[in-house]
Design a protein around this ligand. Structure first.
Ligand code: GLP
Length: 265
């Protein structure tokens, strides 16, 4: 795992956006896996600005979001579809038909959504870069603690702590769905590369487990230790409980030193 510690959340957003721009420069028709939540918002704003300035184009990009609540219409203000349209898709030059979420609108059998979503990801050639946030309890997507590390896109019942934390986004608590469809951990592990973002002190325990804890379904993000190409992009606060912090900083310095020898090539 590449643990990149930056001074604050703005730097995390800028670096995350830069990495996506670099990928799209190399592969304009890349398939991106995207996340919702508070964490990637600043990065999405940066990407929108980059797109407006012509630094990056999304014309040939396809996206697959990690998750969506069960039983919400696409135009529901609380749906992740609305979040993605508002925060990113309407701000960039992406073809809306190339933006996918595991939608489970009222009347759709939730069990049918997962296999179809998996097939769509495969048909698109797989995900080149999966963007992730992380829950305080170590969830990625909505893979809550005890999720199978081999899981695929499916229905997941949310934990009380996740519901409580996400209730801030719902005006009416009764309207908050208790279940979601989420990519599984094996789905995420299939991505060619993973970029996990975390900022703030409230993520420090989950980040410590992710990087230094044992691989365990109790902290689902720890499965990423078994992935070949993961970058953990975090700010100082989220890094504050890492025991080997000095080592990650040292690795970063060595990486820069090595890279500078090849700059300009
Ligand atoms: C949510 C989402 C995740 C997200 C995580 C952290 O419930 N399902 O995809 O990464 O929790 O959210 P935030 O970035 O708001 O802390």
């Amino acid at each position: 795992m590449d643990v990149v510690i930056l001074e604050n959340s703005d730097a995390v957003a800028a670096e995350g956006a830069q990495r996506i721009c670099t990928l799209l420069g190399e592969k304009p028709d890349a398939v991106l896996g995207l996340a919702t939540g508070r964490t990637p918002l600043a990065m999405y704003r940066q990407l929108a600005a980059d797109c407006k300035r012509g630094r990056v184009t999304f014309a040939d990009v396809t996206t697959f979001n990690l998750d969506e609540y069960v039983g919400l219409n696409a135009d529901d203000p609380q749906s992740y579809r609305r979040y993605m349209n508002r925060e990113l898709f309407e701000q960039i030059n992406i073809d809306p038909s190339n933006t996918k979420l595991p939608m489970c609108e009222p009347g759709v059998n939730p069990v049918s959504v997962g296999p179809r979503y998996e097939a769509a990801i495969r048909a698109a050639g797989g995900i080149d870069l999966q963007v992730l946030g992380i829950g305080q309890n170590g969830h990625i997507g909505f893979n809550e603690p005890t999720s199978s590390l081999n899981s695929r896109t499916r229905v997941k019942t949310l934990t009380r702590e996740t519901l409580e934390r996400n209730s801030q986004y719902f005006d009416d608590a009764d309207g908050q769905p208790l279940i979601a469809v989420t990519m599984g951990i094996a789905t995420i592990m299939d991505a060619t590369a993973v970029l996990l973002l975390a900022t703030g002190q409230d993520k420090a325990a989950a980040i410590q487990q992710l990087v230094e804890g044992p691989v365990s379904a109790m902290w689902p993000a720890t499965a990423l230790q078994l992935h070949e190409t993961v970058t953990v992009l975090i700010d100082d606060a989220a890094a504050s409980r890492l025991e080997k912090r000095a080592y990650y900083d040292w690795v970063g310095q060595q990486r820069q030193r090595l890279q500078s020898q090849f700059d300009g090539e």
